[in-house]
Design a protein around this ligand. Sequence first.
Ligand code: GUN
Length: 292
Amino acid sequence: MLVLDGKIASAAVKQEILAQTEVILSSGKRAPHLAAILVGTNGASETYVASKVKNCEEVGFMSTLIRLESDVAESVLLEAIASLNNDPTVDGILVQLPLPKQISEQKVIEAIDPLKDVDGFHPSSAGKLVQGLPTFIPATPYGIMLMLEHFDIPTKGKHAVVIGRSNIVGRPMSILLSSNLKRGNCTVTICHSHTPNLKEVCLSADIIVAALGKPEFVKADMVKEGAVIIDVGITRVEDATAKKGFRIKGDVAYAEVSPKASAITPVPGGVGLMTIAGLLKNTLQAYLTTQQ
Ligand code: GUN
């Protein structure tokens, strides 16, 4: 069984990005620049955004973090986005989700200039992905594709089962895996909360992408011998014995599933790190398409 180690794969991607940044800087140009907006103080969002900023530094990018109070008016957030859209020194913009109730996530997503939409959530980016046109690919599915490439996991002709149909992971993942790409050409089934025979569908999968956000949902009796298991779950589960008071759990029961798998991503240390690699790739792409 091969552990699909996100530390190894993301380090390789980041090394390539750093090399490209160095070429840019040595030619006297400014570095790529990511601006992140964090609304409120959600613990998980704080951690993710801090990690995104830190990773920007590691590959030589500039980053700006804009923090807004949790009770901020939607109009204030939209103005902050407009100002970043109009700032020629900002290449990529991301607004960390989820957002507080008074703010429409859809309005916010649509307010971001598609040329700076490094999360790939704008309907224009999503539409291009569906049509196989060049665009920003949402960071998590992009990171998973980079992971499959790094570890040379064959996909052509395989049956991939994606559990979860979110705009952030499940749906774009299903499009990528079914597309005519080097790591695509799968036959894809998307499962969700209304799928009645989920266990049977999963048992026929060569590749399972679990992205439903339910800790340890995928059990050994749902997995075919030799399947490739991609675990997107990162739920914080309370645990008084843990230092921080919680543990991060994936959507896959790793201990019982891993002996059956031919390859599996750990949680933490798997897909989460690749998400950041995908975001950095998108930021570099945003820079290169507008600066060169
Ligand atoms: N919340 C969970 N995943 C993501 C992501 O990829 N981007 C943003 N902006 N928010 C998220």
